[in-house]
Design a protein around this ligand. Structure first.
Ligand code: OOB
Length: 581
């Protein structure tokens, strides 16, 4: 058992864990159980739509088990880490549920991540395998894989969804299971009558047999208190952090979110944001939809061109967007005739949504708005469906759980007066107590009594609703994509002609914020384009490449000698304002 114990994460203290169990928040169910339950209770209902392909719950469950067996044979075991980097395709779910069943941990990378991020995740998580698409958005991931395998010694397998080249084809893992096991067992004369009901059609018999065979061939699954996966942190420091979420804690947030958003088996959820992100995954997202037995519809891109026809065709009832996309949707819907009548709820979160835009949602899209203020580390806030229009437009919602502890504090960690603005600290049944393998960082990111320092500046209304007023962490929120300033600065500093660098947010009408790098050079000053190419060459995800570079003689400092980022932000905002006139 001990060798299967995951090292490097911080469980909840025993008294808290006991309380969360007693209160019924942690129920001992795993994410694999979630799908198995649905497949048992409503096997024939439509679970997933991906282009022309459709999966019932039973079919999704069956493929996940087959894949679990295929991955098991490949050597993937309980507690192994597997980087999962897939676009919005059905395989994302079969892969995740297969790994959940094995108790192996998906490490959720975004399709935008490149060599720098993937090699870092491989190293930090000591990942054994990487499951990736052949190509996406014009980028060939097999090319990337050739570079990564050399740089990541822990990586033993690369599994490719699509045309695998010299790597392992995901489909081949599926195919090996059903047929060979089936024929082998038939030949050895195993009696199936106990598993397949005589009332079912022959094809269904086969499915049930396959399900039962796969279950028998698989090792026992994980405990619900185990870490289920590693989610990405938006980060503010040099290297991205990984967030360990357990089956128990995550499922609680999924169940409670589904209930708050009133999902049921008739819900049709459009997954337009990257499926691996916490918002579309669990708030209540795809997992919340599977939990209630509804249907998940995948969109390859979040544009109105892709999504509006899907909404009409599949009768989508609920979806989630980041603010810039919500603006694009509002714009498109007001200009063209679109059939969006099935849409009941639009969730917007990930970055600040202006109250003016919020008020346009109902008249233009014909559905209710829900603001969502969440974080991959845990805490998620929702405006409630029965909140007043004013609360929905002007706040970012209130916490999911009565057990979410919220503290709003000043710079000295002293609680501010009710209604005053301060740093948001939180602790609760689905908020982590520490990042994965990051002891030193954890000492700063959590208080001694286990509150997570969100880095957000908020104010709380008497009814519990939070208003996000700003941010204390050194991060730029680029329309929902989080950029850790220090990470990009370190990459800039690796250039021989860069003496000093500071990345700050600059205002942007579309994304809310973009990134501006202030750079102090030495020797022969490079041109801006050269620096951008340099960053690209270091294998950095596209959204982290600065939107603008400003050369500067020296970085302004505060009284204590830290870089004065406030002054830099003001400087660039002023310059942009001046050029806009
Ligand atoms: C979501 O998760 P992350 O981990 O990508 O980013 C979390 C951070 C928050 O700490 C906050 O700074 C910002 O994103 N944020 C918002 C916001 N929602 C998130 N800032 C202002 N207004 C909002 N509504 O972004 C996330 C996770 C689950 C559900 C929704 C969003």
């Amino acid at each position: 058992m001990s060798e299967l114990e995951l090292q490097g994460w911080t469980p909840w203290p025993e008294d808290f864990a006991r309380l969360y169990r007693e209160l019924g928040y942690w129920r001992g169910q795993t994410l694999a159980d979630l799908l198995a339950d649905r497949a048992r209770h409503q096997p024939q209902r439509l679970a997933l739509v991906c282009g022309e392909r459709r999966w019932t719950y039973r079919e999704l469950h069956r493929q996940s088990l087959q894949l679990a067996l295929g991955l098991h044979r490949l050597g993937i075991q309980r507690q192994d880490r597997v980087i999962v980097q897939l676009p919005n395709v059905a395989e994302f779910f079969t892969v995740c549920f297969a790994l959940f069943r094995l108790g192996a941990l998906p490490v959720f990378a975004l399709p935008a991540h490149r060599r720098a991020e993937i090699t870092h995740f491989c190293e930090l998580a000591q990942a054994k395998a990487w499951i990736v698409a052949d190509r996406d958005g014009g980028f060939d991931f097999r090319e990337l894989a050739r570079q990564v395998v050399n740089a990541a010694p822990s990586l033993q397998q690369v599994v490719v969804c699509g045309d695998a080249g010299e790597f392992i084809a995901l489909d081949s893992l599926l195919a090996t299971v059903g047929e060979s096991d089936f024929s082998r067992t038939v030949l050895s004369g195993t009696d199936f009558t106990g598993t397949a009901s005589s009332a079912t059609a022959p094809q269904e018999d086969t499915t049930l047999m396959e399900l039962s065979l796969a279950e028998q061939a698989l090792p026992s699954g994980p405990a619900a208190s185990d870490v289920a996966f590693l989610q990405l942190s938006g980060g503010s420091t040099g290297l991205p952090k990984l967030i360990p979420r357990t089956h128990d804690d995550y499922l609680y947030s999924v169940r409670a979110s589904a209930s708050i958003c009133e999902l049921d088996q008739h819900s049709v959820y459009l997954c337009a944001l990257p499926a691996a992100h916490n918002f579309p995954l669990s708030s209540p997202g795809t997992l919340g939809t599977f939990y209630t037995g509804g249907t998940v519809v995948l969109a390859r891109r979040p544009t109105p061109d892709d999504c509006f026809p899907l909404i009409a065709k599949e009768g989508v009832t609920v979806t989630a967007l980041v603010p810039p996309l919500a603006m694009v949707w509002l714009d498109a819907a007001s200009k063209r005739k679109s059939d969006l009548h099935s849409l009941q709820l639009l969730q917007v979160g990930g970055a600040r949504f202006s109250a003016e835009a919020a008020r346009r949602v109902k008249p233009v899209l014909g559905c209710r708005l829900q603001q969502v203020f969440g974080m991959a580390e845990g805490l998620v806030n929702y405006t409630r469906l029965d909140d007043t229009d004013d609360i929905i437009a002007s706040t970012q919602g209130r916490p999911i759980s009565p057990a979410d502890e919220i503290r709003v504090v000043d710079d000295e960690d002293q609680t501010v007066l009710p209604g005053e603005t301060g740093h948001l600290l939180t602790r609760g049944p689905y908020t982590i107590r520490g990042y994965f393998r990051a002891d030193e960082h954890n000492r700063r990111a959590f208080t001694a009594d286990g509150f997570y320092r969100t880095g957000d500046i908020v104010r709380q209304l008497p009814g519990g609703h939070l208003i996000v007023e700003g941010r204390a962490k050194d991060q730029i929120n680029r329309g929902g994509d989080k950029v850790a300033a220090e990470e990009v600065e370190n990459h800039l500093l690796a250039h021989p002609a860069v003496h000093d660098a500071a990345l700050v947010a600059m205002p942007d009408a579309f994304l809310g914020e973009k990134t501006c790098a202030f750079v102090v050079t030495r020797g022969d000053a490079p041109r801006a384009i050269e620096l951008l190419r340099f960053l690209q060459g270091r294998g950095l995800a596209g959204y982290k490449i600065p939107d603008r570079i400003e050369f500067i003689a020296q970085l302004p400092k505060t009284g204590v000698g830290k870089v004065n980022k406030r002054e830099l932000r003001e400087r660039i905002a002023h310059r942009l304002g001046a050029t806009a006139e």
